[in-house]
Design a binder for this molecule. Structure first.
Ligand SMILES: N[C@@H](CCC(=O)N[C@@H](CS)C(=O)NCC(=O)O)C(=O)O
Length: 216
């Protein structure tokens, strides 16, 4: 795969960047990464050089510029069809796309009150009524996907083997961990499977080693 570069924010805080980065790693594609630390005086200018939306992540591939995490994940799925980044079954794939889109466009209270932060332990912080409702919905959709698709397929992820749906929820997994949210045994098992991925371990280790620190 020639000239594939993912431009991302710093790993401790850029939840949007984690999704396509994880999809690329899980797809087994070799890629370069450019990290642009967020909230620096030159952040906007540096992102603008790479991304027409002024946001990261952005994927650069042989002159093609793609932005938006979910669109990049879709492209990665097409670059590596053998990786099965969407379920092969039509019904499972449709539901995987539904939950991915729901994550992409929703859960603003959770994203606002519990921003991703891989540098701090924030147990007990951030809970609001609206965030609790978001988490209840997420746990319900995880349980539904696991019961209908994941468990029957035989893997630990939402639809069995790892898919883009898992990439989309990976930042939520880290948030529930960072903020010490009590979850069901089923959610816990799913979170542990995501956190145990070598790629996730690499991301978290790199995030902790980053020099930039601010309150996201
Ligand atoms: N919907 C976009 C959202 C991307 C986004 O908001 N990225 C943030 C960083 S996580 C960003 O680039 N912010 C620009 C800045 O902080 O200057 C996606 O899915 O890629």
């Amino acid at each position: 795969m020639s000239d594939l570069t993912l431009v991302i924010g710093n790993k401790a805080y850029s939840s949007w960047s984690l999704r396509p980065w994880l999809a690329l790693r899980q797809a087994g594609l070799a890629f370069a990464e450019t990290v642009i630390p967020l909230r620096q005086p030159d952040t906007a200018a540096r992102i603008a050089e790479q991304s027409p939306s002024g946001r990261v992540p952005t994927l650069l591939h042989d002159g093609l510029v793609l932005w938006d995490s979910l669109a990049i994940c879709e492209y990665v799925a097409e670059l590596a069809p053998a990786a099965g980044l969407w379920p092969s079954d039509r019904v499972a794939r449709a539901v995987a796309r539904s939950v991915s889109a729901e994550m992409h466009s929703g859960f603003v209270p959770l994203r606002t009150s519990m921003p991703m932060n891989l540098k701090q332990d924030r147990k007990g912080q951030g809970m609001t009524a609206a965030t609790a409702a978001d988490i209840a919905r997420i746990e319900a959709l995880w349980a539904d996907a696991r019961a209908r698709f994941g468990s029957p397929a035989g893997g630990p992820f939402l639809f069995g083997a790892f898919t883009i749906a898992d990439a989309m929820f990976a930042p939520v997994v880290t948030r529930l961990e960072t903020y010490g949210v009590a979850v069901s045994p089923g959610s816990r098992a799913y979170m542990d499977a995501v956190l145990a991925l070598p790629a996730m371990r690499d991301w978290v280790a790199a995030a902790k080693a980053e020099p930039w620190e601010f309150e996201p």
